[in-house]
Design a protein around this ligand. Structure first.
Ligand code: NHR
Ligand code: GAR
Length: 214
């Protein structure tokens, strides 16, 4: 039975497109039940509509505080009873209430080799530090921003002299490979969140699986 999945976006949705394509190709056994955006002009909403996936949008600006927005989002999502929530370029920090409501079922992809560079501007920070490797990491979402247990990372070698934009483009291509793969691990039950840890095939993990790209 395909795992009912909600994808949350704020922008262009290239990661969402990678999910749509992987499901269409038969490479990923998820049912994409709803795509939610906090921005009405997010291009990802058009990608979803084109793929025949129901969409919903609530603008965060009209709410008094973070949790009341999150409760409205959760009400939209609960209508489809998602088993998995995928943050794909979703730019609103989720309240402890939301994280607990969907405990252990929320994934994020962060464009850095976590625990390096939580937060913003990750590509420039990796360049400034002279890092040999950079990449992106899929993790379970907890209250700690970009700090939940890691599942799968994709890394590539930094090319001397490349710009942050060039590096970002290459990292995004990596994301389009590893995010559907990681979601497939969770959707199939091979990767689970338990007691604040990620388990893979029943074994607690301290490090994510790492894939290297050219
Ligand atoms: N929520 C929780 N509880 N935990 C995480 O790990 C989360 C999360 C929500 C989003 C994605 C994240 C990233 O990978 C993510 C991880 C937005 C911000 C942020 O500062 C920070 C991290 C991430 C996403 N957002 C501003 C805010 O006030 C708004 C910025 C904007 O609207 O453009 O929410 O990087
Ligand atoms: C992705 O690179 C993702 O890692 C990053 O935003 C991009 C979304 O692209 N996420 C964050 O920086 C979260 N703060 P997309 O909309 O084309 O999938």
């Amino acid at each position: 039975m395909a795992c009912r999945t909600a994808i949350l976006i704020s922008g262009s949705g290239t990661n969402l497109q990678a999910f749509i394509d992987a499901v269409a190709a038969g490479d990923l056994d998820l049912e994409l039940s709803i795509v939610f955006s906090n921005r009405p002009d997010a291009y990802g909403l058009e990608r979803a509509a084109r793929a025949g996936i129901p969409t919903a949008c609530i603008e965060h600006g009209q709410f008094e505080d973070r949790e009341s927005f999150d409760r409205a989002v959760a009400a939209e999502l609960d209508a489809v009873q998602p088993e998995l929530i995928v943050l794909a370029g979703f730019m609103r920090i989720l309240s402890p209430w939301f994280v607990e409501h969907f405990e252990g079922r929320i994934l994020n992809i962060h464009p850095a080799l976590l625990p390096k560079y939580p937060g913003l501007n990750t590509h420039q920070r990796a360049l400034d530090a002279g890092d040999e490797w950079h990449g992106s990491t899929v993790h379970f979402v907890t209250e700690e921003l970009d700090g939940g247990p890691r599942i799968l990372a994709g890394r590539l070698r930094v090319i001397p002299g490349e710009s942050a934009d060039e590096l970002q483009t290459r990292v995004q291509a990596v994301e389009h490979q590893i995010y559907p793969e990681a979601a497939g691990l969770v959707g199939s039950g091979r990767a689970v969140f338990r007691d604040g840890q990620a388990l893979l095939d029943g074994e607690p993990t301290t490090e994510p699986v790492v894939r290297s790209f050219a």
